[in-house]
Design a protein around this ligand. Structure first.
Ligand SMILES: C[S@@+](CC[C@H](N)C(=O)[O-])C[C@H]1O[C@@H](n2cnc3c(N)ncnc32)[C@H](O)[C@@H]1O
Length: 491
């Protein structure tokens, strides 16, 4: 890539609030201000450092943290050395996620944001940046003694933020506990599904496909606990973040000869690489659900990004967001997911007819098209016993269903389709089905990755339409439709 192209690409991807977006580090100025940095700076033909020299990159990080963030910082030889502009991008992306109303906000800790940094490292970079830039509080975890010792040192060297940061040791031996927790969830849920198929109502089960994933994923990651077994009872966080061990082996880790940011095998490598590590994070998040408003991780390989996104949709998250972090020739991705209910963007101010409701679906995979959404709506509702007509030219599905059908589908929405059929069949035999809802679901393609979903109530043949307090009143029906559409889309 030419320098000009690289500069344009970087400018396009560095976060606009990043301190270095407009003013990249000025090596000549820093060298004149900090004599210890001078020996590492080559002034001609333009000021630069040797990125393959660990001492140079560490000194650059030290002076940047001191000069721009008033942070005192150091790491021992060979530990992973973070680049400040790049790590700041992740913090600002999190800030955007937290500020957005995509998922409901938590009312924790008097509005103070609380984060959880998985694998904070000796450098403790994310808690230090998050606390100093934005006043966030953090729990930073790690497994190695050197990381825990130096993370503590880096926190204590900065009394202005030290109250905000707790360094927590991950107990290596507690992996059994985490595995047991996963196993007990799996067994418990399997029992629930078994009972339900026997015709007994025993509460909403976890979908069985999720259990297969859980068992499958468990086989891949055999490291120390990540979230489950580390997060304490009753704790809640606005987000977790993670720069995981990306690689499966040290050979793979040494593939970029153009930089030397160090990194020991404990920091860089885990069996199964980042795919296994983040898969375990996903698995933990299925159990911890709303303990975190956002679960996030950095991803190093694009192929893993698509693998993990499809995994997330399968386990029933409500939203997935991604971003790209580019620095120099390094490109990384950010992946975020949540189990919180998504805020529906109802376009009601100018819509007087409240029987039309619409909301946006954002952050969709490219392969999730308007037609694929409509086809899943049709398939899902037909299996549940509703009558559906898909119109491929107007991008609509017209649906006629009883309110009981709709409710059964909503209540059993986490079931697989074959389970829904049996749930609804059960309902049918026990319930008097009298009230029909006729509604249309339309899907409009917005910008790539964003669809507008509209649910409109067409007619309703209830004798008690409009009676206040009637569960089948128009507003209850609208609510039913919106819940139903949400259920279908996020199943
Ligand atoms: C790639 S380093 C990231 C360090 C730092 N956050 C950064 O961005 O520079 C990954 C870190 O995760 C730690 N780690 C590995 N497995 C872990 C686990 N199960 N829980 C917490 N930390 C873990 C490693 O010791 C290492 O410090």
């Amino acid at each position: 890539m030419t320098r000009k192209k690289r500069k344009t690409r970087e400018a396009a991807t560095i976060h606009p609030r990043n301190k270095y977006a407009e003013n990249p580090p000025d090596f000549a100025l820093l060298a004149s201000l900090y004599p210890s940095f001078q020996p590492f700076v080559f002034l001609h033909p333009r000021p630069r450092i040797d990125w393959t020299d660990f001492n140079a990159t560490r000194e650059l990080t030290r002076v940047l943290l001191l000069h721009d963030h008033a942070l005192h910082w150091w790491i021992p030889d060979g530990q992973l050395c973070p680049t400040v502009p790049n790590r700041s991008n992740y913090i600002h992306w999190l800030e955007d996620l937290l500020a957005s109303d995509i998922v409901a906000k938590k009312n924790s800790d008097c509005g103070r944001v609380r984060g959880f940094d998985i694998g904070t490292g000796a450098n403790c970079i994310y808690p230090l940046l998050g606390a100093s830039l934005l006043g966030w509080s953090f729990v930073g975890t790690d497994v190695t003694d050197v990381a825990l010792e130096w993370a503590e040192k880096n926190v204590k060297s900065n009394p202005h933020v030290s109250e905000l940061i707790e360094i927590r040791k991950v107990d290596d031996t507690s992996d059994n506990l985490s595995t047991e927790l996963h196993d007990s969830v799996a067994v418990d849920s399997e029992c629930k599904i078994f009972n339900e198929m026997g015709g007994r109502e025993v509460g909403p089960p976890l979908p069985s496909f999720l259990l297969k994933e859980a068992v499958h994923l468990e086989k891949q990651y055999h490291g120390p606990p990540i979230l489950l077994g580390v997060v304490k009872d009753g704790e809640e966080f606005d987000f977790c973040m993670c720069n995981p061990p990306f690689f499966e082996s040290m050979d793979e880790a040494g593939l970029n000869p153009k930089t030397s940011c160090g990194g020991t095998s404990q920091e860089m490598v885990c069996p199964g690489g980042e795919r296994a590590f983040i898969s375990r994070m996903i698995e933990d998040s299925i159990v911890l659900k709303q303990t975190f408003r956002w679960y996030t991780s950095m991803i190093g390989k694009k192929s893993n990004l698509s693998f993990l996104i499809s995994k997330l949709w399968k386990v029933g998250v409500t939203v997935v967001k991604t971003t790209e972090f580019v620095q120099g020739q390094t490109c990384r991705w950010g992946l975020a997911w949540s189990f919180m209910s998504t805020a529906r963007k109802i376009i009601s101010p100018h819509v007087t007819n409240k029987s039309i409701l619409s909301f946006m679906l954002e952050g969709l995979l490219p392969q999730v098209s308007a037609m694929s959404i409509l086809q899943s709506v049709e398939r899902f509702l037909s299996t549940g016993g509703a009558s559906c007509k898909l119109n491929t030219s107007s991008f609509t599905v017209d649906i006629t269903a009883s309110v009981d059908h709709c409710r059964a589908i909503i209540e059993n929405g986490a079931c697989q389709e074959d389970k829904v059929a049996s749930c609804v069949a059960l309902e049918k035999s026990e319930t008097q089905l009298s009230t029909d809802l006729c509604f249309r679901v339309s899907v409009f393609q917005q910008i790539p990755g964003t669809l507008l979903v509209k649910g409109s109530l067409h007619q309703k043949s209830s004798p008690s339409a409009g009676v206040i307090g009637d569960p089948f009143s128009p507003s209850a029906s609208e609510d039913t439709i919106v819940q139903l559409v949400n259920q279908i889309l996020f199943m």
